[in-house]
Design a protein around this ligand. Structure first.
Ligand code: EPU
Length: 339
């Protein structure tokens, strides 16, 4: 039986650096350990929070129950042809380290997702994405432990029901599974995704003419480092809100008032508008309230400068939501899980 600790601060386990306590806390390195804990059906552990890298989490209060940190490791090539590779990674592997391992091996497809904080197991939960690539584009399958039956189940691309920062694990399967490993389908001669302007510009600045996956990964790392705060220095959980999708007629009205408003087409009826732009226009960018605030280089990122608490951040997010609704008639939805 793994060592279950009592009354533990979760500060080192969430990238916002919020200092709340868990009644019980355990790190698991093997599937059998999880099964052993859950098999007992201990009422103290009925309320359970599964943690990966804690990078998409806003903790507003002490957690009364068991926090289980998923440390399942291991990277293994399952199948390989001249062109393709199926590679499996344990849910507890650090996402960025996994990307670097793949890049080094010459396996392409996730280089645009370099430097995203968190773990492999958390990546499919919200279909992480950046610079024109989402997990669903390279996802093959995942294995998850059904927390009720304690049986392993396999999910494929279809059953995961991926959407923009969405999957079944944020909806009907929420709280019912623990992802234990993920299989990716990567390419040895991948089509590079350079359509994001910033990637092309950065490669140019780097003096790269014929980029490969390593150069794309380096460019993405450079862009992220220049815009996004490093959670090791300033507490944050990346984009706090999702980019909203609005109807075209609503967009046209806004455009007549704000001609500079950026947009990305979704279909004939809807466009996506960058929340960062809306928040900046509304005057929130760089705003500091006590120890928390809105990042000065990316308005979509809320930050904890140290000593802030989750409720202050939640309140700030609600004030931003109300203001954006008032100014633009748009509802912003949080991307992070508020607990
Ligand atoms: N913008 C502003 N002001 C800001 C921030 C952004 O005007 O303060 C404008 C930019 O000028 C640009 C547009 O908004 O026209 C988009 O900005 P950016 O490329 O920085 O991306 P984003 O839409 O703000 C999304 C993802 C990020 C991902 C980037 C790059 C979401 C919620 N966020 O951000 O993902 O890295 O695109 O692909 O979709 C995350 O999910 O945690 C995350 C960091």
């Amino acid at each position: 039986m793994p060592n279950i600790l009592e009354n533990i601060s979760l500060k080192p386990y969430n990238t916002f650096g919020l200092d709340v306590n868990a009644d019980y806390f355990v790190e698991v390195n093997h599937l059998s350990e999880i099964q052993e804990i859950l098999h007992k059906k201990d009422p103290r552990f009925e309320n359970m929070l599964i943690l990966g890298g804690g990078s998409n989490l806003l903790l507003t209060q002490n957690f009364h129950g068991l926090v289980l940190k998923n440390n399942l490791k291991g990277i293994e090539v399952l199948e390989e042809t001249d062109e393709l590779v199926l590679i499996k990674a344990g849910a507890g592997e650090n996402w960025h380290q996994f990307v670097l391992t793949c890049v080094k091996a010459g396996f392409g497809g996730i280089e645009n997702l370099s430097l995203i904080p968190g773990t492999v197991g958390a990546a499919p939960m919200q279909n992480i994405g950046a610079y024109g690539v989402e997990i669903k584009d390279v996802f093959f399958s995942l294995e998850a432990l059904n927390l009720e039956t304690l049986e392993k189940e396999i999910f494929d691309n279809h059953t995961c029901k991926f959407g923009y920062r969405e999957s079944i694990f944020k909806h009907e399967a929420k709280g019912k599974y623990m992802i234990t490993s993920v299989v990716f389908r990567l390419q040895k001669f991948p089509k590079l995704h350079l359509e994001y302007g910033a990637i092309k510009d950065t490669l140019k600045e780097m003096g790269v003419e014929n980029p490969g996956i390593k150069e794309v990964s380096d460019a993405v790392i450079q862009i992220r480092q220049s815009k996004l705060p490093d959670p090791a220095e300033i507490g944050n959980s990346g984009s706090f809100f999702k980019n909203p999708e609005i109807y075209l007629d609503h967009f046209e009205k806004l455009k007549s008032e704000f001609p500079g408003i950026p947009s990305y087409p979704i279909d004939e009826k809807t466009v996506k508008v960058p929340a960062g732009w809306l928040i900046e226009q509304a005057g929130w960018k760089g705003k500091k309230i006590n120890n928390i605030g809105v990042h000065k280089k990316q308005a979509l990122v809320l930050v904890n400068y140290g000593g802030g608490n989750g409720n202050e951040i939640k309140e700030l997010s609600q004030n931003i939501q109300a203001d954006i609704f008032e100014k633009f008639g748009i509802n912003l939805h949080a991307e992070v899980n508020i607990i």
